[in-house]
Each structure stands twice: as structure tokens, then as C-alpha cells.
Design a protein around this ligand. Structure first.
Ligand SMILES: Cc1cc2nc3c(=O)[nH]c(=O)nc-3n(C[C@H](O)[C@H](O)[C@H](O)COP(=O)(O)OP(=O)(O)OC[C@H]3O[C@@H](n4cnc5c(N)ncnc54)[C@H](O)[C@@H]3O)c2cc1C
Length: 438
């Protein structure tokens, strides 16, 4: 594959073809830079080997590209993140032939999403025929499966390797500099460097991409794991004014409980966050009783995140997952989104590296599709994260929806990313929900 690309590069006669074949603007680069790029060892280097990075590396390696994926972490390892994967994310795992590995870990399926608003509860099925359920595998389990899949596909995986610098020639990214633990600095070159290195992406910092639709942190939340807290295949969500929490099953018979309050309360609550957390759970007294009869098995972890979109490509570089787009975790979409972006980014890079399309054209489509798909959920997520009570019209609609199983399934599917918010809240659908309420 690599030889083939080198040949097609040297066959290229016009600058535009060079861009096309090499993922960079060769038309403007010196002979030395072209030479250096053609001498590079890898087609792609991926920084970060979790939900965005390993699938991208795996998909490119499965296409025959020579891929290096590095992470400063070793695997299995945890990271600060809860881990609900909605049915579209589960479908990605299925399409990649990895779902059976997740289910083989004993992680139970989640077939019901239940939203308790206090006066009413909406309980519905989140999935589709093709993929009816969600899962909540521990990141220790999920990320290891993803890293192994990248290695099995032929990607070279370098764990415990920290990228310290991004190598550039002019405005083109040409490689990385990093080191293994206690090791000397090493340079590696590639035709494209992909940042799947999360919210504090080293690549994003180096290339400083356009950032848009930013919003400051909205919610502060904490989570931990309990035994003897059965949830019977349900993703249980509790919404109260300025408080919200959720529970779902994960590996080893444990149930994850996550909840929080507006970021404005972060400072005043942080010295006794556990007290505030437990008090919050009592806002749903039956749940409060259940959790007090259960046993917490792990320490609490917590986070608050900044919300943004970043332009996910430029000369010699691309961004996947949180490195390119991040939103509050209240709707639990980061992993599902990272999987879908991995699919789309790998497809666009293949189109470009194989010479089918210009780099800018293929990656421009990647950005357009990402943003079109993400924007409605981004706005909905940022809105939900305020933990403001639903406005009166929405309360009426939810009241009507709670009296029709079809509407409750629709609501579950909106929150699972299977049905678009625009379709659910359309005048036509709202009229149908009111007409069917009994
Ligand atoms: C509290 C919380 C709860 C969440 N809950 C959910 C949920 O329930 N469901 C859901 O779908 N999403 C959830 N998310 C979001 C989800 O965690 C992220 O969207 C997802 O992890 C993104 O994957 P990623 O691969 O882009 O980045 P990450 O998972 O952040 O992985 C980035 C990797 O890059 C590596 N890295 C970074 N810099 C370097 C460097 N310089 N050199 C080498 N390696 C580097 C890191 O070690 C890391 O392994 C939650 C997030 C938070 C904070």
C-alpha cells in the first residue's frame, strides 16, 4: 500500500494531484519537504487510542494503510468518563465486528430508557430493529477492546508514549515528536497526523483550528459505582429543578450513578460534594431508598466540560472525537459521536489518500456531516445541561407523551440519537402525540 502511494505521488504531475494523493498541499512545498514526506514511515499517525483514536486507526489499517497509534496511557485503564453507548454507537461496534467482544464481558444490555420528571415518567425503547439496545461497558473494558482491534487490524500500537510536539513544514503537519516513559525523544513522520487526543488535544493546540459555537461549562457532575442496586436493563434518568441524575448497569454487577448541578454551584458545593450528591438522590425518594440499601464500591470522580466545535482538518492533520467536538456529557453522546466520526474521518482520509478525491473536499464533507449531525443534539444537550425545568409547552407535550407508548418510545429514541429532535418536536408530530394521549 505504501509503495503504491509513493508511486502515485511521483506520478503526479499537477500540484492538485499532489494534494489529492498526499493529503497535503504539495503544490506549495519545496522539493525537500516533498522528499521528506515521501520518505515517511507511516500513512497515518493517530494520537490517542480510546474511542476516537483506536477505531480510526483500525479502520485505516483494515484498508491497508500503515498506521501508528500512540497513547500516553497503557491499556486496560480507566479515564474520567461515564460510558453509556446509545444504540447508534452499539451499531458501530456491531458493524466493526466488536459487539460480541463487549457482550462477552458480561455487560448487560439496556432496553429501556426511563425519564422521571417528578410528576410524570416517560419510559420507552431506545433502539431500532437493527440495534435495539444500549450498553454501558466500563472504559477499562471498552477501550482495551478498541486498542486490541486496532492492533489486530495491523496498526502499530505504542502505549505509554507521550506526544510532546507536532512536527511541521511550513503550515503542513508532517509528524510527531514524543517519548516513551523515561525514553529519549523520538520523531515519527506521516502523511497525516490525526488528533484523537481528547479535549486537551496537543494537535489542536499546535494547529489552533477555528473554534465555533463555544459555550462555557454548564454542569458539574460526579459519579461512582454501587453493588446491590439493580436497574433491570434500564437507563434511569431523574430530572428535578437544578438537579439531574441517572443510573445504568455496567460490568461486574455494578450500577453507575451520575448526577450533578449547575456549574454556578460548583465552587460552593465542592467541599461537601458527596453530601450534596446524596441529598440530590433523595429528591426521588424511592431511588434514595434503593441507593441507601446498596453499597458504593469505588471513589467518586467528577468533571465539568467546555463545549465547542473545532475545524477538524487542515494541511496534514485531522481531528476526531473530543479533540474536534465536545459537549456536556449529560446526554452521554461523546462515545457514540466519536465512533461515528471515526467511520467518517477514516472514509474521508481513504478517499483522499487513495486519490479518489481532493483532501480538502473529502475532509470538508467530513466536517459538514459531523456538524449537521451533531448540531441539533449539541443545542439540546447544552439546553438540558442547564437543569432548568422544562417550559410549560414542553411539560404539556411530555404529559401527553407519557400517555402513549408510541410517543414514549419516540422520546427514548430522541435521547438515544435514533430520532432527530426536529422530527419529534415538529408541529405534525406534536399534534399526533396530543391526539393519541389517553
Ligand atoms: C464525566 C464524563 C462523563 C461522560 N459520560 C459519557 C457517557 O456516558 N457516554 C458517552 O458517550 N460519553 C461520555 N462522556 C464523553 C466521553 O468520555 C468522550 O466523548 C470520549 O471519551 C471521547 O473519546 P476520545 O477518544 O475523543 O478522547 P479520550 O477518551 O479523552 O481519549 C484521548 C486519549 O488521548 C491520549 N492523549 C492525550 N494527549 C496525549 C499526548 N500528548 N500523547 C499521547 N496520548 C495522548 C489520552 O491518554 C487518552 O487516552 C463523558 C465525559 C465525561 C467527562
Amino acid at each position: 500500500m505504501w509503495l503504491l502511494h509513493r508511486c502515485s505521488l511521483w506520478r503526479a504531475t499537477k500540484p492538485i494531484n499532489c494534494w489529492d494523493n498526499c493529503g497535503t498541499k504539495f503544490g506549495r512545498l519545496s522539493f525537500e519537504v516533498i522528499k521528506k514526506l515521501t520518505d515517511t514511515k507511516y500513512d497515518a499517525i493517530v494520537i490517542g487510542a480510546r474511542c476516537g483514536g483506536s477505531p480510526t486507526a483500525m479502520l485505516l489499517a483494515r484498508k491497508g494503510y500503515k498506521v501508528l497509534v500512540v497513547d500516553r496511557a497503557t491499556f486496560p485503564s480507566d479515564t474520567i468518563s461515564t460510558h453509556l453507548i446509545h444504540p447508534p454507537g452499539v451499531l458501530a461496534l456491531k458493524n466493526w465486528d466488536l459487539l460480541e467482544r463487549v457482550t462477552a464481558t458480561g455487560c448487560p444490555p439496556i432496553d429501556t430508557y426511563s425519564f422521571d420528571f417528578g410528576p410524570l415518567t416517560i419510559s420507552g425503547a431506545p433502539g431500532t430493529k437493527e440495534c435495539p439496545v444500549a450498553y454501558g461497558p466500563r472504559r477499562t473494558v471498552l477501550d482495551k477492546i478498541l486498542v486490541d482491534a486496532a492492533a489486530e487490524a495491523g496498526a502499530e500500537v505504542r502505549e505509554a508514549f507521550t506526544v510532546t510536539d507536532i512536527l511541521t513544514e511550513g503550515d503542513t503537519v508532517v509528524g510527531i515528536r514524543g517519548h516513551s516513559r523515561g525514553g529519549e525523544p523520538v520523531d515519527e513522520h506521516a502523511r497525516v497526523v490525526i488528533g484523537a487526543d481528547g479535549r486537551n488535544s496537543t494537535l489542536a493546540k499546535a494547529v489552533d483550528p477555528d473554534e465555533y459555537n463555544q459555550k462555557p461549562p454548564i454542569l458539574a457532575a460526579y459519579y461512582s459505582y454501587w453493588s446491590d442496586l439493580p436497574v433491570d436493563g434500564r437507563f434511569e434518568v431523574y430530572s428535578r429543578p437544578h438537579r439531574g441524575f441517572a443510573a445504568w448497569p455496567t460490568n461486574d454487577g455494578l450500577t453507575l450513578v451520575v448526577g450533578g448541578w449547575p456549574y454556578a454551584e460548583f465552587e460552593q458545593n465542592k467541599s461537601d460534594f458527596e453530601g450534596h450528591f446524596m441529598k440530590m438522590l433523595d429528591l426521588a425518594p424511592a431511588f434514595g431508598d434503593r441507593i441507601r440499601a446498596a453499597k458504593r464500591e469505588e471513589r467518586f470522580a467528577g468533571a465539568a466540560v467546555y463545549n465547542y466545535f473545532r475545524k477538524p482538518f487542515g494541511p496534514g492533520w485531522a481531528l476526531v472525537g473530543d479533540a474536534g467536538y465536545n459537549k456536556d456529557f449529560i446526554t452521554a453522546f461523546g462515545i457514540t459521536d466519536a465512533f461515528q466520526q471515526a467511520d467518517q474521518c477514516a472514509k474521508a482520509l481513504h478517499e483522499s489518500m487513495s486519490g479518489e478525491r481532493l483532501f480538502d473536499e473529502a475532509m470538508g464533507e467530513y466536517q459538514r456531516k459531523r456538524d449537521e449531525h451533531a448540531m441539533p443534539m449539541y443545542e439540546m444537550t447544552c439546553d438540558i445541561a442547564t437543569l432548568e425545568p422544562p417550559p410549560p409547552e414542553l411539560q404539556q407535550l411530555l404529559g401527553a407523551a407519557s400517555r402513549s407508548q408510541e410517543a414514549m418510545d419516540q422520546f427514548a429514541r430522541v435521547n438515544a440519537g435514533v430520532m432527530s429532535p426536529a422530527e419529534f418536536f415538529s408541529e405534525e408530530n406534536a399534534s399526533r402525540i396530543f391526539a393519541n394521549a389517553h
